[in-house]
Design a protein around this ligand. Structure first.
Ligand code: G3I
Length: 358
């Protein structure tokens, strides 16, 4: 398994073969003994892999020619999200004419470098191409279904997690966000998820949003209730992505771990999908990582860009590398937190039977 590879949960606990001598008989055998994971991995991806998680970043196709950028991205991360290239306007610029040129550039760069790819995103009120913005009613509903089918067919079996629906809830009321998709009928989200399940049964299907971090916020409750309802009615949903854009208006909340736990308790994976923290406090970053590590169904963390200069909010210097590619204090605190993770779940050691001398 390479340094960037992501172990399955079953390999979270490493086993060492210990040669043992059967004393007087001089028989040599092998004992399988659990030993703790290596003390200190030196990259974010390898450190996260020790507990069966991934550590990812958003990648922009336009920067794949920047060797300073790709060197850091390739070294540190084992999961990739296309920052814009798999969105609706990029993949279906004209109705029924799909274009995967830039999406595939990112996908191929990722897999050629041993990384996985999170799909982002299939149904969203924003970054719709002009033709979709002008649709409504059943024509829009059918266009949404057709888009999900077209994109998921292209990547069938290749994308472990898809953000099927993005940002469908209102910031203040906790109800649905008004949008052309919402106006096609309240069932548009479950139709999107059912369509996605049929299109690629191997993909885990996620609902992704921001400002659903604080357990006491109405938006968090609104999304929680939707996921609970979907699970109770058998609507296919496998994961919730908490974007994690933290700043003075939406600060990291002290009940974040409670939120992650409560979503996970509904029977879905949770992931932090677009993390950035205004000012990049090392303490806040460590707290966020530790919250994920405390929840067994928190499968991984993705930061929304490589260097501060790559961030959509670059003036907030919210990422783990500065504009020159230097590791920031937050990088070290994240790496240390990941390295402190205990294997998850804690296994029960199974002793190897000692051969009976004849
Ligand atoms: O590529 C064009 C370029 O040719 C043109 O000259 C320039 C002029 O403005 O625009 C460029 O496109 C911009 C694109 O980013 C690439 O930089 C778009 O205008 C701009 O709208 C787009 O912003 C993206 C934003 O989503 C759009 O909603 C950000 O990069 C991207 O980081 C951001 O990501 C979102 C997630 O998808 C969902 N959650 C929130 C997150 C942050 O807003």
């Amino acid at each position: 398994m390479g340094a960037n590879a992501i172990p399955s949960p079953g390999t979270r606990w490493r086993r060492a073969l210990v040669a043992g001598a059967l004393g007087a008989l001089g028989v040599t055998t092998a004992l399988s003994v659990p030993v703790p994971a290596d003390a200190a991995a030196s990259t974010l991806g390898a450190a996260a892999a020790q507990s069966g998680r991934y550590f990812g970043t958003a990648i922009s196709a336009g920067k794949l020619g920047d060797s300073a950028y790709t060197t850091i991205a390739n070294r540190e991360f084992n999961m990739v999200t296309a920052e814009n290239e798999m969105k609706i306007d990029a993949t279906e610029p004209n109705q029924n004419q799909f274009n995967f040129t830039n999406a595939d550039r990112i996908y191929n760069w990722a897999v050629q470098n041993g990384k996985q790819v999170r799909g982002h995103t299939l149904a969203w009120y924003s970054q719709q191409p002009g033709w979709m913005q002008s649709l409504s009613g059943s024509a829009l509903r059918q266009a949404m279904i057709n888009h999900i089918n077209g994109v998921m067919a292209h990547y069938k079996g290749k994308i472990p997690y898809w953000d099927v629906v993005n940002e469908a809830f209102d910031d203040s009321t906790g109800g649905r966000r008004d949008s052309n998709l919402q106006r096609t009928g309240n069932d548009w989200i479950e139709v999107a998820f059912r369509t996605a399940r049929a299109a690629d049964p191997a993909a885990k299907l996620c609902y992704n949003d921001y400002n659903i971090d604080n357990w006491s916020w109405a938006k968090t409750q609104g999304v929680y209730n939707m996921v609970k309802d979907f699970k109770s009615r058998g609507v296919p949903i496998d994961c919730v992505g908490l974007q994690g854009h933290f700043n003075s208006g939406s600060p990291y909340p002290s009940n974040y771990r409670t939120t992650l736990q409560n979503f996970a308790a509904l029977g879905v994976d949770v992931a932090i999908t677009e993390l950035d923290v205004e000012g990049a406090s090392a303490t806040t970053y460590a707290n966020i990582v530790n919250d994920c590590l405390a929840v067994s169904r928190c499968v991984g963390i993705t930061v929304w860009g490589v260097r501060d200069s790559d961030s959509w909010r670059s003036s907030q210097t919210p990422l783990l590398f500065d504009g020159n590619g230097n590791k920031k204090a937050a990088y070290t605190s994240v790496l240390n937190a990941l390295n402190s993770a205990t294997p998850n779940p804690t296994p029960t050691p199974t002793p190897t039977p000692t051969p009976t001398p004849t």
